[in-house]
Design a protein around this ligand. Structure first.
Ligand SMILES: [Zn+2]
Ligand SMILES: [Zn+2]
Length: 81
């Protein structure tokens, strides 16, 4: 998850922001900011295309796949109780 914290230029909208490298079938599609990940269906955690999965579409913590959501909830879960 360390590539989560990259700062750079989004390859899609051009904004200077936190970006992550995104993939479709393990093929790199360049770097995208969280907004573009959300719009195009990529997980902002691992970068894998996750659009269409219920866990992704109905995420309450942002554009993350099921796996990354679990990791994030594990990391922050204690505070919610
Ligand atoms: Zn963008
Ligand atoms: Zn993910």
């Amino acid at each position: 998850m360390e590539k989560n914290n990259l700062t750079g230029i989004c390859g899609k909208c051009g904004s200077d922001d936190e970006v992550t490298e995104v993939f479709i079938d393990d093929e790199s599609q360049g770097e995208a900011c969280i907004k573009c990940c959300e719009e195009e269906g990529y997980c902002f955690g691992c970068g894998q295309y996750s659009g269409g999965f219920d866990e992704y579409e109905f995420s309450d913590i942002g554009p993350y796949c099921e796996q990354c959501q679990e990791q994030i909830k594990d990391a922050f879960g204690d505070e919610e109780d």
